[in-house]
Design a protein around this ligand. Structure first.
Ligand SMILES: CC(C)(COP(=O)(O)OP(=O)(O)OC[C@H]1O[C@@H](n2cnc3c(N)ncnc32)[C@H](O)[C@@H]1OP(=O)(O)O)[C@@H](O)C(=O)NCCC(=O)NCCS
Length: 149
């Protein structure tokens, strides 16, 4: 059974493993660690205690819930883990005062864009050269009233 819980320092090795297999430009281990000590929401998904995904969200400008990163272990994708991680992160950010939610995504990352659209995020703007390799970012927003818990 898939469970969602708060991340802790013992989870970092597995979070970093998933990060490296998921992104061409993974966050450094130290940054993934630093977010554990940053106010916000840092969740892991587990199956039989094994970590199969993580999601980080923080509050910006008092009421914007900013999704920093989400990734699911390659072997466990397309089973709803990303959806439940993201929805739970949003629900927890709402408890911290978030009224709307922001996420940036590479314009080539069709799978992630579909996940965000399914949850209700809508494109607001595009930022050319946002990523280190020059790729454009799509900035997407979700309003609280459009979020189905
Ligand atoms: C994006 C990611 C987190 C999705 O996780 P997941 O657990 O596979 O997602 P879900 O199973 O909840 O899928 C949710 C929706 O995303 C879309 N989706 C997921 N995988 C897809 C695929 N292979 N092809 C097309 N659409 C897909 C679908 O709309 C899906 O809904 P559906 O199953 O009802 O059709 C995962 O693919 C991942 O870790 N990717 C690498 C890291 C990454 O790109 N993160 C986002 C950075 S901005």
């Amino acid at each position: 059974m898939i469970k969602i819980r708060r991340a802790n320092i013992d989870d970092l090795k597995e979070i970093y493993r998933i990060e490296k297999e998921s992104f061409p430009d993974p966050y450094p281990y130290g940054l993934l660690k630093a977010f554990l000590f940053h106010p916000g929401v840092y969740l892991v998904a587990t199956i039989n205690e094994k970590i199969i995904g993580y999601c980080i969200g923080i509050i910006r400008n008092e009421n914007i819930g900013h999704i920093i990163s989400i990734a699911v272990d390659k072997d466990y994708r397309r089973r709803g883990v990303g959806t439940i991680l993201l929805k739970t992160t949003i629900n927890e950010l709402m408890k911290l005062g978030a009224k709307k939610f922001r996420i940036e995504v590479r314009e080539s990352n069709i799978i992630a864009i579909k996940l965000y659209e399914k949850i209700g995020f809508k494109e607001k703007e595009r930022i050319p050269n946002y990523y280190s390799d020059g790729e454009t970012a799509i900035v997407m927003f979700l309003e609280q009233e459009n979020h189905q818990k």
